[in-house]
Design a protein around this ligand. Sequence first.
Ligand code: PAF
Length: 274
Amino acid sequence: MKISNDIFSLRDDLKNKNNVAFVPTMGNLHEGHLALIKQAKQHAEYVVVSIFVNRLQFLPNEDFDQYPRTFDGDCDALNKLGVNHVFAPNEEILYPDQQEFLLTLPSIADTLEGKFRPGFFCGVTTIVLKLFNIIQPQIAIFGKKDFQQLHIVKEMVRQLNIPIKIEGCEIIRASDGLALSSRNGYLTENQRNEACNLYHSLQKIKQEINAGNKSFDTLQEAAINNLSQRGWKIDYLTIQNRNTLRTANIKDKNLIVLAAAWLGKTRLIDNIEI
Ligand code: PAF
């Protein structure tokens, strides 16, 4: 497995490869990331994984400094999986000057995550577009846990005619249902025991809707009240149209319930497709 820190050596290695799959990450890899990589391997002969904690997508008061950095362990795991190339640049390589060219995003980027983390999707799309331009893969894989991120990246690629196929990878969960996330490591033991209830609330809504309950507002309110009573602080928990990510109406067939909520100082997100 090759490890490149700079763009020139990476491009040099990639110049004769015409079937490259790319998995962008911020490192601290868990089984969720490894699933992305396994999926990437099914599509291409050459798999590139980037590891870069992207300052641009963190608000000033967020966990950029605290974000776990476990480079050596990550490389061991990637090596074992048969990844061909790790791109691990530092900030001077990717942001040698202040990043002044930024995308103007559609209004969907101001909803859900974007409402609570203003600028987040601008930071994400900027780094993703830069990495796409540097690596020029044929396909890139993103996790469905960040469903809105996947949606916005797909739209960016479509509207900007970027010749890369974007594929989503299913959420990987712990045995109690908690979606795997690098931020789970911030949870105390009690919080970790409680954390699976976010998913269980979403599952309950799915069961109700599948049983014919169309009272979306009531279902959302009940889940929010239940979690709040258990000590959660909810940013949003909402039933949306899965294709547009706009608020669902009862005629919509493809639905998704998306949630972001705090347990103490840790913010978790999750979703369930219906
Ligand atoms: O999903 C993530 O880990 C990040 O948002 C990404 C896509 C690697 C961009 O920094």
